[in-house]
Design a binder for this molecule. Structure first.
Ligand SMILES: Nc1ncnc2c1ncn2[C@@H]1O[C@H](COP(=O)(O)OP(=O)(O)OP(=O)(O)O)[C@@H](O)[C@H]1O
Ligand SMILES: [Mg+2]
Length: 458
């Protein structure tokens, strides 16, 4: 009984040490944010824990398993041994009868599980280890063995060596390598502990791979989203310019022609001696009315395309003009609180974006809300401009708000994003109706335009 106590104590000590080691490794696995960070920390950890002079890890990359991180190996070794895939003269990967790539060296044997030639050196888990006590079969030739040990390992004088595959769910993710010139560094117990640790690493590595992949996809999505947003903004700005040009053409070209026509009609009418009974005079009067109506129409079309008032008098004036115009024919009453005198002049493209959001809000109220009253305010606080539009209609629903086919709302959100620090909120009002709230920074406008109070602008 007493003879067993020291060995029992040793076993307890070992268990305790193993537990501490496992906890340290798990912490490393848990704290790593990237594969690179994990592997770099593991190299340091394994070198300290095993006291091996050289440690390395291979990770799968396509068909091959190049070294991912090395510590203690010579530069020449890491360069020469980096890749495992055999290549032919043309540089093409050599494949076996099943089409699988042929992986060279002992590392390749461990990764592919072809360790028949090394049964005495293999563990049930599939690791290879040698202690320098039994000679490595260095004289093996390709003809009679599937796997060849790397001559370089032997040439560099490594006596103790362990190769432990990194596997999860039957897939080989890579391999850990431990080399030392001293003999007898490994024991079956140490191998078993290393194998257990490597299994934890497999899980951490898979998790990090998944994380990195999802980050990559997220970045891709973000980049694509940004590209789409840029295209949409570019198209919007082209559309705005086109609208402006068409509005000006219609207004100037057609408008001037009609003005000239109106002038000629007037002068012909003046030359008619007896207008009361003159049929031509009456016809000219009718023509004059048609021309007048045409001119009004042109005014409306060009204003709709690009309200001159926005460019000439600014946002508040354009909002007022638009709301009053709508009130006249819609029967909806509008209450405006525009604090026009306090807000700074905005860059043109920002003013257009805000105005288009406002227009879409009004169009939606008219088309969908059934509202009878609308409150509109434009306020300026702490370098932020806030446009608030609240109707007393049926209220927008959550489904309508989040529908991918709500293109009007999506367009409003996109325009809001194009404004400096712009944010848009659309929600149901209390107790009813819909509220649209746009907020944006006008700090830059202040600097750029030296705060031109609305009233003071020319
Ligand atoms: N003020 C509102 N009150 C009630 N429902 C609204 C209001 N604004 C929008 N909606 C609802 O949200 C939906 C989406 O609006 P959105 O502007 O995206 O599209 P739309 O007006 O139907 O079409 P368009 O693409 O021509 O703008 C509308 O179809 C309507 O059902
Ligand atoms: Mg709409």
């Amino acid at each position: 009984m007493t003879a067993d106590i020291p060995s029992l104590r040793r076993a307890v000590d070992t268990l305790h040490e193993n537990r501490e080691t496992t906890i340290e490794l798990l912490q490393l696995c848990n704290n790593a944010h990237t594969v690179h960070e994990l592997m770099r920390n593991l190299m340091r950890f394994f070198q300290r824990f095993t006291t091996c002079e050289a440690v390395g890890v291979r990770l799968r990359e396509g068909d091959d398993y190049p070294y991912y991180e090395l510590r203690g190996f010579s530069d020449e070794f890491s360069r020469a041994e980096k890749w495992l895939c055999a290549t032919d003269r043309e540089g093409m990967t050599v494949r076996d009868k099943e089409g699988k790539p042929v992986l060279g060296c002992l590392c390749g044997g461990v990764i592919t599980g072809r360790l028949d030639d090394f049964r005495p050196f293999a563990t049930p888990y599939g690791s290879f280890w040698a202690n320098g006590r039994s000679p490595l079969p260095a004289d093996m030739t390709e003809e009679n063995h599937q796997v060849q040990p790397s001559n370089r390992c032997i040439k560099e004088g490594y006596e103790s060596m362990a190769l432990i595959p990194l596997r999860l769910h039957g897939k080989t993710l890579g391999l850990f390598q431990f080399n030392d010139r001293r003999k007898g560094l490994f024991s079956p117990e140490l191998l078993e502990l290393l194998e257990n640790l490597v299994q934890y690493i497999s899980i951490a590595l898979t998790k990090l791979h998944a994380l990195e992949e999802s980050q990559r996809l997220n970045n891709e999505l973000r980049t694509n989203g940004q590209a789409l947003r840029n295209i949409s903004l570019h198209l919007e700005s082209l559309r705005e310019n086109e609208r402006k040009t068409i509005a000006r053409e219609i207004h100037d070209e057609f408008g001037q022609s009609l003005t000239a026509l109106k002038y000629h009609i007037a002068s012909v009418r003046q030359n008619i001696a007896n207008p009361v009974e003159n049929q031509v005079y009456a016809q000219l009067a009718a023509m004059d009315q048609i021309v007048e109506a045409g001119m009004n129409k042109i005014q409306k079309i060009s204003s709709h395309l690009r309200p001159e008032i926005l460019d000439d008098l600014g946002l508040a004036a354009a909002i007022e003009w638009q709301a009053k115009g709508l009130q006249q024919f819609s029967g909806i009453t509008f209450h405006l609180d525009l604090k026009a005198e306090t807000y700074p002049s905005l860059p043109q493209e920002t003013a257009i974006a805000v105005f288009r959001i406002f227009q879409e809000s009004l169009t939606n109220i008219l088309r969908h809300s059934g509202a009878t009253h609308v409150e509109i305010s434009l306020d300026h606080h702490d370098d932020r401009l806030c446009l608030h539009i609240a109707d007393n209609g049926r209220g927008i629903t959550a489904d309508e708000l989040s529908s991918p086919s709500s293109y009007g709302i999506l367009g409003m959100a996109e325009r809001a994003r194009s404004c400096p620090e712009g944010s848009l909120e659309i929600k149901r009002g209390i107790p009813s109706g819909t509220v649209v709230e746009l907020s944006l920074s006008c700090a830059e406008s202040v600097g750029a335009n030296n705060i031109v109070p609305h009233e003071a602008r020319p």
